[in-house]
Design a protein around this ligand. Sequence first.
Ligand code: UD1
Length: 420
Amino acid sequence: MDYLKITGPTTIEGSVDIAGAKNAALPLIAMTILAKNSVNIGNIPEVVDIRTLLKLLGNLGATYTLGEHQVTIDTTTLNDTKATYSIVKTMRASILVLGPLLARFGHCEVSLPGGCAIGQRPIDLHLKALEKMGAKITIHGGYVRAVAEKGLRGAHIIFDKITVTGTANIIMAAALARGKTTITNAAREPEVAQLCEVLRSSGISIDGIGTAELTIYGTDRRLIDIQPFDVIPDRIEAGTYLCAGAITGSKITLNKVRHDHLEAVIEKFMEMGFTFDITRNSITLYPAKSIKPVSIVTQEYPAFPTDMQAQFMALATQAVGTSTIEERLFENRFMHVSELQRLGADIRLSGSHANITGPSKLFGADVMATDLRASSALVLAAMSADGETDVHRIYHLDRGYEQLEVKLKSLGAKIERLKE
Ligand code: UD1
């Protein structure tokens, strides 16, 4: 197993290109199940989660060619509709094949994803919505079996809670359903908006893109023609590199980035005393004279993202005073707290609230990555800690960050990938 050895404290300098968004690429790859042609997708991030979903499609009979930051996927040869436990257990987002498989074939089986490190994360909302569209759903032997032999029909879906992959699943199901589907309380994440935009440019009528109320007019199982497109930049990778600049007191420039997807995050950096130069596709962060404490509540887009919570907690350890973070989306997303404490952070947890008092002098130690974003928080903290930090279990990082250590090294960080 690989681990990262980071020697701190370090400063960084220069610029870094932001990769395509993993969370946009995953639904867009699942969407190719709806295509009647071979689909070409550019700006694909080179991360393990993407390979996992491609492997799943391959197991179902699709063919694909993965090149440098691009993939061509042909699902016309799909001949199986069962997404097995062996793949789904490694990546929850595999559930994204449920809607498109059911819409195209009228039946499918997808393993239940089960629990994960950051909480229970059920899929009840996905299933309830598909049932409203006419699917018969049973759960047997750990699998969701969904049947709608005559096809799905449009319906009015009201999500009790905002769900990102749930919204994506229903959008894809609705694209091939009979008639009109309206989704109320839809997720407004840029990744969901891109899915809608690509479907719209493939001939599906969709109103309300980027809003909480979407209306999708289905084709009644007619497959669609999807033209080549590029995945949007990864706002979470971008936010993580801004944190790397911020925590090390460095100036850093991000290229190939969308600042309009990062408004809530940039706002928090500004409250903490950081300043910015922003152009159409670049962001430069300048160090703060003194880092001010901040108050953060994670919420659905366009509010502050839960996927940036751990990284800001690492940064808050260097603020002068007490910062507060409230995690509203996932009940168990504070696993990084005990690891940050091992480095010397002063963090008090009470339910879904954390109080972080700084500035703390951090010292290198052995720490364990627990989930994707928690892992990057440990790397950030290690860059400002005195001495060597070994971050173990970095397979979590590899799921979603493209060549993190290569990019950080090119910025001057002292970071090595080693084998246990
Ligand atoms: C997506 C992102 C993930 C991000 C999260 C929240 C992808 C691949 N992953 O995850 O990086 O952290 O959004 O922004 O895009 N819920 C239910 N029932 C359901 C579905 C969800 O109760 O059927 C709850 C979840 O437990 C959670 C909340 O709704 O508390 C939001 O979850 P959701 O938006 O579905 O997260 P994901 O789509 O899994």
